[in-house]
Write a protein that binds this ligand. Structure first.
Ligand code: PGA
Length: 244
């Protein structure tokens, strides 16, 4: 696991965008694993800017997203389909047929099987962009007594519902279920790339960066098992989490 400590969250996002640009330059038909949440938004902003300047071409790139709320249609403003359109897809030259966001409506078994297939078909993601939940979740693999290996339906924990309620009119509007890649699919990527910022992530990042423990109570700790993992953390959070 490689840990990059930056001066600021802005720098963290710039470095992540540069890594993605370099990967696409080397492998124009690469598959990228993408994430939603507030953390990666500046990464997408940088990628759009690079595209506009002609520094990166996404025409052959494939993408697969980590997760989607269950019960939200693609046009729901809080759906991750909508998020990806707004923050990335509609601004760059990805072929829509080469993008895949898990389906939040319809047949759950079919949708989870399709997500698994999209992770592996034609080769696994080169870079899997990741945020982290306050409880250490990756995608919607929530902290708890067990984790699930493959794509599945996941009940959200109260801490995740509380954290995500900021995006909804009211707490009771936050979906309680999500479809998510499992830990196996996340760890299939050649480079799981985690960006973390903010005091709310200090405890989870302590578990990931300090010591050697792996626990389902902090799913991010499983990233320790992958030699390709890259963690980008700003100095402020590195200090708060005891990693620096
Ligand atoms: P955030 O969410 O980037 O909005 O903090 C990350 C996550 O819950 O995985």
């Amino acid at each position: 696991m490689k840990v990059i400590v930056t001066k600021s969250y802005e720098e963290s996002c710039r470095i992540a965008a540069d890594m993605i640009r370099d990967e696409v330059a080397q492998n124009p038909a690469t598959k990228l694993g993408l994430a939603t949440g507030s953390t990666p938004i500046p990464v997408y902003y940088h990628l759009v800017e690079m595209f506009q300047k002609g520094e990166v071409d996404f025409s052959e790139v494939h993408t697969v997203n980590l997760d989607e709320y269950w019960g939200l249609s693609p046009d729901h403003p809080q759906s991750y389909h909508y998020f990806m359109q707004e923050n990335l897809f509609s601004h760059i030259n990805l072929n829509p047929q080469n993008t895949y966001v898990p389906k939040g409506t319809g047949d759950a078994a079919q949708n989870t099987a399709e997500l698994t297939q999209k992770v592996y078909e034609g080769g696994v993601p080169s870079i899997q962009l990741l945020g982290i939940g306050a409880n250490g979740h990756l995608g919607f693999n929530e902290a708890g007594p067990t984790l699930v290996a493959n794509a599945h339906m996941q009940a959200l924990t109260q801490s995740t519902i509380d954290a995500n309620s900021r995006f909804f009119e009211a707490k009771d509007k936050v979906p309680t279920l999500a479809i998510t890649m499992g830990m196996r699919e996340i760890l299939a990527a050649k480079t799981p790339l985690l960006i973390a910022t903010g005091a709310a992530k200090a405890q989870a990042m302590h578990g990931l960066l300090v010591g050697d423990e792996i626990t389902t109570q902090n799913p991010s700790t499983f990233l320790k098992l992958h030699t390709g993992t890259v963690v980008i953390i700003d100095e402020e959070l590195a200090i708060m989490s005891g990693a620096k």
